[in-house]
Design a binder for this molecule. Structure first.
Ligand code: MG
Length: 247
């Protein structure tokens, strides 16, 4: 059962999403070699709190950071640290905000200085696959139309979609039903209706799809240590097609 949100609820998710969008944009603008991910998380946390929100990942199932910061072959759920970012790395920033009982969630991958051609291509394809998925979030489509569109885009370019983690519904909780895999069969899954709010989030590996979790109990890495990229938006299905709330 996928919840269809009222206009009022969507407005509140949109308010939380506005904060997420602003924070991600600011972080993209300031990130540079030599900066620590802990500093980046502190900046994000201050911005979120100043706007009346709460960092939704902090303490979520015991997560110790206010945002997730994952570098290179780290896929998602990386913990902010004092280690400095180096030229040529790619950093995934994933931000959740709770504002007056409603949540929003988005992620982006940013380049630290100049990165390899492969990293550029991986990032471009991952972002493209996000928009291919979002395009399918249309009334009366099926949920896995989104999944299939992401997978097709990624695999066409020779990369692989992570299968162990998925997109999700969002509302009063940061993770709600349904799970939205980044692979699946077109024409399958529940029918989409206006008012449904989703986080679509392709996690794409340059190598194989398999992942492992580091000893910190959180950081997901690619099993073959290949590079990974991640882009995510919170979107709502409307009568006039998908609308991105975290843009
Ligand atoms: Mg998410």
């Amino acid at each position: 059962m996928i919840i269809r949100r009222s206009k009022q609820e969507i407005d509140r998710i949109a308010d939380a999403s506005k904060i997420v969008g602003e924070v991600i944009q600011h972080l993209k603008d300031i990130v540079e070699p030599g900066m620590t991910t802990q500093y980046i998380a502190n900046v994000a946390e201050k911005m979120i709190i100043k706007r009346g929100g709460v960092p939704a990942f902090l303490g979520y199932r015991g997560f110790p950071g206010s945002i997730c910061t994952s570098i290179n072959y780290e896929v998602v759920h990386g913990i902010p640290k004092v280690q400095r970012l180096k030229e040529g790395e790619i950093l995934k920033i994933d931000i959740g905000v709770r504002l007056k009982d409603y949540c929003s969630d988005a992620a982006s991958t940013v380049k630290i200085g100049k990165v390899s051609h492969e990293a550029e291509r991986l990032m471009a394809v991952t972002e493209e696959s996000l928009y291919k998925g979002i395009e399918k979030a249309v009334e009366n489509n099926r949920l896995y139309d989104i999944s299939a569109a992401v997978q097709l885009c990624v695999e066409k370019h020779g990369f692989s979609v992570v299968r162990d983690y998925t997109g999700h519904g969002i509302g009063q909780e940061i993770h709600e039903d349904p799970q939205i895999p980044n692979f699946g069969k077109q024409g399958k899954g529940p029918r989409l209706k206006s008012g449904m709010v989703f986080c679509i989030e392709p996690m794409v590996n340059a190598g194989g799809h398999k992942t492992e979790v580091l000893h910190d109990g959180w950081t997901v890495i690619t099993a073959d240590r290949s590079l990974s990229a991640h882009f995510e938006h919170t979107i709502v299905v409307t009568d006039n097609g998908p609308m991105i709330l975290t843009g």
